[in-house]
Design a protein around this ligand. Sequence first.
Ligand code: PA5
Length: 447
Amino acid sequence: MTHRNGPLIIDYKNMLAGSVSQKHGVLPKEIGSLKKKTSNILRKISSERTRGKLPFLDLPYQDIKKIISLSEEISDSFDDLVILGIGGSALGATALLNALTHPYRNILPKGMRKRPRVFVYDNVDPDQLKGLLDLIDITRTAFNVITKSGETVETIASFLVIRERLKKAIGSGWQNHIIATTDPQKGVLRKIASDEGYRTLEIPQGVGGRFSVFTPVGLFPASVAGIDIEAILSGAQSMDKRCYLKKIEENPASMGAILHYIANTKKGKKVSVIMPYSYALEKVADWFCQLWAESLGKRLDLHGKVVHTGQTPVKALGATDQHSQLQLYIEGPNDKTITFLRVERFTEEVEIPKVFENIEKVSYLGGHSLSELINAEQEATEIALTKAKRPNMRITLPEITPHTVGQLLYLLEVQTAIAGNLYNINPFDQPGVDEGKRLTREILEQK
Ligand code: PA5
């Protein structure tokens, strides 16, 4: 039996031609042809890392004392924490909270939940904000405004609304309810925070939103909710060690990047489905979709040539989406790769009772557990897809723990960085998103 914090097990076999045909699967010679390029990419990444140019890779080794002590203070002083952020400034926290706390944590009765409820508000929908304000007592709530640039329209708009409400409801000392997580020096929020005296946390320079889950962006909300963030980082550290092995075949991030790159550019797999068979990992899939989409979806390559790269990421939840998406995946266009996330041991064991033993269509379930069932469903889906020649791979977590989730998120970040280099694009910018931000401002200014 594997240790609960043991290494993730990654099975690529069904991405290969041997499993899903030469037409749809990756051939060993295609992997071979990218080995040199990938080794060069790993060397480039490692040299950029040494020169401090890829600080996201070193986040697992940071000092987290300040994050922990502030989270203790907030946890002791408030009933609720509300995150105001969007995109990379919200999805990491959401992923960690959903993966590593009780599935219905925010609606548990107070006695069953020791620390504050944590809500993530990542939109500018007035009805949603009003709904959230109905739920909380603003005088007992802390707000964590998260924006790297300090000026993202959605986050700043929500912040301005909340700031006014806090001033009105609390009067003197309202500033104690705000924690600003932003760039250490630059941006409007940094200036406002220092002018008005908010407590602040820093997003290290050079770490972009979607690579910021291991900064206070993800770690502070997680710590307020009582998650062991040190263990998250130690999981990321162990994946870091695995991702820098010399042989490409033993480096899971390189293999994931190479296989998806070939599937996309040589086998017409335009869509990358991520399918956790675990409710806890559903938001990790959302986080991954942003990471894969925003990092790889680029118009220009590094030489300025128009390339329009990227695979469209899609989330599907097992077993729920077997009854929604799966028909399409098995029989529709063969234009997808599927990555399963599987959990070997769930925290809870729920036995299915042995009843109706004379009814064949029900009795076969009796005596099995729900975790056996969900994993059997994952296996069945994998077999069905493979039979239909649909390339797929599986990442297995021994259990969902801070350590294994740390491993998973770090793996996917490094895989994305390597894939960006295979496409020869910059995985760390987002000119399309930036243009959307600019245009929104222009439209509002004209009104
Ligand atoms: O990954 C990214 O860089 C983006 O998704 C940003 O996180 C998002 O646009 C929010 O930006 P900011 O943190 O500057 O408010």
